[in-house]
Ligand binder design. Structure first.
Ligand code: GAR
Length: 220
């Protein structure tokens, strides 16, 4: 059973999806701690209601990013955390933090990386006129939205879409994708080969996985 720490900055709907999955019998990971850098983050009360330990580590109380990250490292290590999940954590992590948890920090991003890294990515996808966008769970390295991709879900863009509608449609798939990615990652099913993370499951299992992760436009 791997111990997971979750970092949030806001609503925490991905965190909630992870916490719900971790309550399922047989899930290979459990959540030891949720940390928010924002005291008013909605996700904190959701985590508390689910019986998970929470902590606020306000970045404004530290002079540097490293100082803030060192406080988070101390809290995560004190709980024995081995895997860190970023769930709407809206700050860059320092090299110090990333090197403390090498290839063990997962992030969810609301676009199909390497397309549309950064912020406001649903608007960027609409602006670019792509037919599909989606979400990506990847390992965090020292570049922004760049590390090895674990899994992706593809979501169609409708001709009359708004940023809000597309964000909501992608979010539903984020809530499916992140728990599946964490489960497979905690089970050691991803093997790192250079910049790539290869999933070692058989083709039938992978096809079943894909069916749950590709929207063919039959949902709004
Ligand atoms: C999610 O859409 C997540 O993919 C995105 O912020 C939202 C957080 O929602 N993360 C990023 O853009 C990170 N670069 P949530 O707090 O309800 O999970």
């Amino acid at each position: 059973m791997k111990k997971v720490g979750i970092l949030i900055s806001g609503r925490g709907s991905n965190m909630t999806a992870l916490l719900e999955a971790m309550k399922e019998p047989g899930f290979p990971a459990s959540c030891a701690l949720v940390i928010s850098n924002i005291a008013s983050a909605e996700g904190l009360s959701r985590a508390e209601a689910m019986g998970v330990k929470t902590m606020v580590i306000d970045h404004k109380a530290s002079k540097t990013r490293e100082e803030h990250d060192a406080k988070m490292i101390e809290a995560l290590k004190a709980e024995g955390v081995e895997i860190v999940c970023l769930a709407g954590y809206m700050r860059l992590l320092s090299p110090l933090f990333i090197r403390t948890f090498p290839n063990a920090i997962l992030n969810i991003h609301p676009a199909l990386l390497p397309s549309f890294p950064g912020l406001h990515v649903q608007a960027k996808a609409l602006e670019a006129g792509v037919a599909f966008s989606g979400c990506t769970v990847h390992l965090v390295d020292e570049l922004c939205d760049n590390g090895p991709i674990l899994l992706q879900a593809a979501v169609p863009i409708y001709p009359d879409d708004t940023e809000e509608a597309l964000s909501g449609r992608i979010l539903k798939y984020e809530h499916r994708l992140y728990p599946i990615s964490l489960k497979l990652f905690a089970e050691g099913k991803f093997k790192l080969c250079g910049s790539r993370a290869r999933l070692s499951i058989d083709r039938d299992e992978y096809q079943r996985l894909l069916q749950s992760l590709v929207s063919l436009g039959d949902d709004q």
